[in-house]
Design a protein around this ligand. Structure first.
Ligand code: SF4
Length: 245
């Protein structure tokens, strides 16, 4: 185990992670993107007033869920006061409230809420992780940061590959991140032009998991009604069907 401090370190540490447990620990100790390291630590030190009593995680956020998952949810990055505070992806923010309520309705989570790392939440048939593991300013990682972080997600996909049947891309960023990951993990060349992202978009290619598009569970989408609970239910029902669950 060693702290990854460069892009080359990330490649080496990801490739050497023989299990999800090891991978999770390696990710949590990554310092390869100076801008994101500074931001995650600044947010953790400054805190939001309503979370003043919290000891923020302030580190990269590993994946969460089952090692033998048939479904993966690929997100963008942790939220500054959500995953970056609690240490678990989509935990402790409004996006997570919407997402886990839907996963509970779909039978993919044992409870509808996700508030802290020890709240008893357990997933079924599902692994959730993000394309970038550190909270970025304005939720916008730079292309260089996205590329530096990619080997973590690729290794995570490799480790769950034996059971993985469906990937749900939450938002256009995750949809775009899937193609190079798919190529790296499955050795399959992405279609040209790339299929367009949309809610309910479905791509089925031989030899790789089915890809489903889903609008991101951001407040911007859920507060405005662009993404409704019924729309999420449809996507997860479809994911389960495609996964044979
Ligand atoms: S974004 Fe990824 S590669 Fe960059 S520091 Fe965080 S975990 Fe490491």
């Amino acid at each position: 185990m060693s702290n990854a401090r460069t892009r080359e370190d990330v490649v080496r540490c990801a490739a050497g992670a023989a299990s999800l447990g090891v991978l999770d620990e390696e990710i949590s100790d990554c310092f390869a993107c100076p801008r994101l390291v500074a931001w995650r630590e600044e947010v953790a030190a400054t805190k939001r007033a309503s979370f003043r009593s919290w000891d923020y995680w302030g580190r990269p956020v590993p994946g969460f869920g089952n090692a033998d998952a048939e479904i993966a949810i690929l997100g963008l990055a942790p939220a500054a006061h959500g995953g970056n505070r609690t240490g678990r992806i989509f935990t402790g923010d409004r996006s997570g409230d919407v997402l886990f309520a839907a996963l509970h309705r779909a039978g993919l989570a044992n409870q509808p809420t996700s508030v802290s790392i020890d709240d008893g939440l357990a997933l079924r048939h599902l692994r959730i992780f993000s394309a970038v593991r550190c909270a970025p300013p304005d939720n916008k990682p730079l292309p260089d940061e996205r590329d530096t972080c990619a080997p973590w997600a690729e290794r995570e996909l490799s480790l769950i590959r034996p059971t993985l049947r469906v990937v749900v891309a939450l938002g256009a960023f995750a949809w775009q991140a899937w193609w190079p990951a798919m190529r790296a993990v499955y050795g399959v060349r992405p279609p040209v032009p790339r299929p367009k992202f949309g809610h309910g978009a479905h791509v089925s290619l031989p030899g790789v998991p089915d890809l489903l598009g889903c609008f991101h569970v951001s407040q911007q989408n859920t507060f405005t009604g662009k993404l409704t609970p019924a729309m999420l239910d449809d996507v997860f029902a479809r994911a389960k069907e495609l996964a044979g669950l």
